[in-house]
Ligand binder design. Structure first.
Ligand SMILES: [Zn+2]
Length: 290
């Protein structure tokens, strides 16, 4: 325990989690493209998903491989998505951030897995506009288990100050997380006469709720909506510019919402306690002035 807390122990922690994140990133980028294409994730080794040409080992190395093949298949010339290196770079960065936030605690591997799940659902949603049930449904059970561990063993680091303390927070998170989206969907169908979002988003948000609680999921939805509206406005303006230049692409009106839900969940895991503290402090300060 003292060794882990020493500067050598901390350095070993950062180095190992960066390495694990790098390897995991390679796995996640492969999974993000193979799940929508219904190709088994593990069995055929790295290959071009267009022509099924197996990749040379050097070309399948995370991040660097994409640059070595110049972003297109060496055999068929089909472009290889730039999302590959993004996923492969983002995963280790997020995992290092998890170690920075949680250190050597039970919470560290748990939130590393949570962050990896958020990366996967985000990019599957970008690529395929779906959220894999394989992530969201088992995730709910893991989240409830975390609520139990947080309650029995507070030193686990699984509690989020003022937001997530026990198994009731976790179960409440599932109900509120899923329920709010179902309610929004019903309202969207009644007022706009169109489907607001898919049921995949409902299950994803319920799963995130299991990890951050019912208070956390409300904060997460506020963050998701704020970021979503900023990005949405930017995209509309960008599209309008594109339309003026005459290269408008019609991709329907579907905006994937999963990435925002995932981002909101990560913001609460990393900064939820600070956001609540900041809010309470400024509120208390103001009320003490008057
Ligand atoms: Zn190819």
């Amino acid at each position: 325990m003292t060794f882990l807390a020493s500067s050598t122990g901390i350095a070993i922690g950062y180095a190992s989690i960066a390495l694990i994140g790098y390897v995991l990133g390679g796995f996640l980028s492969r999974a993000a493209f193979r799940i929508p294409a219904e190709v088994p994730i593990l069995k055929p080794s790295s290959q071009c998903l267009s022509c099924r040409e197996p990749l040379a080992f050097a070309d399948s190395i995370p991040v660097f491989g994409w640059f070595m093949v110049g972003g297109k298949c060496r055999r068929c010339g089909e472009p290889v998505s730039w999302l590959y290196p993004i996923i492969e770079l983002l995963t280790p960065i997020l995992l290092v951030a998890v170690f920075w936030r949680f250190g050597w605690t039970i919470a560290m591997p748990v939130y590393a897995a949570f962050a990896a799940a958020m990366v996967l659902v985000t990019f599957v949603d970008f690529i395929d506009w779906t959220i894999p049930d394989e992530v969201s449904i088992p995730g709910m059970f893991v989240g409830v288990a975390c609520g139990l561990v947080a309650m029995i063993f507070p030193q686990s680091g699984l509690q989020i100050d003022r937001l997530y303390e026990n198994v009731f927070d976790a179960i409440g998170g599932i109900i509120v997380g899923g329920g709010v989206l179902v309610a929004l969907d019903v309202i969207a169908q009644l007022t706009l006469k169109k489907k607001g979002m898919g049921f995949g988003d409902v299950k994803l948000n319920a799963m995130i709720g299991a990890f951050i609680g019912y208070k956390g999921i409300i904060l997460s939805l506020v963050c998701a909506s704020l970021i979503g509206s900023v990005v949405g406005v930017a995209m509309v303006m960008w599209k309008r510019r594109g339309a003026e230049e005459g290269d408008e692409e019609d991709d329907g009106n579907y905006l994937p919402f999963g990435p925002y839900l995932a981002l909101g969940g990560l913001i609460v895991v990393f900064f939820g306690a600070q956001i609540v503290d900041y809010y309470l402090n400024s509120f208390l300060l103001r009320s003490s002035v008057y």
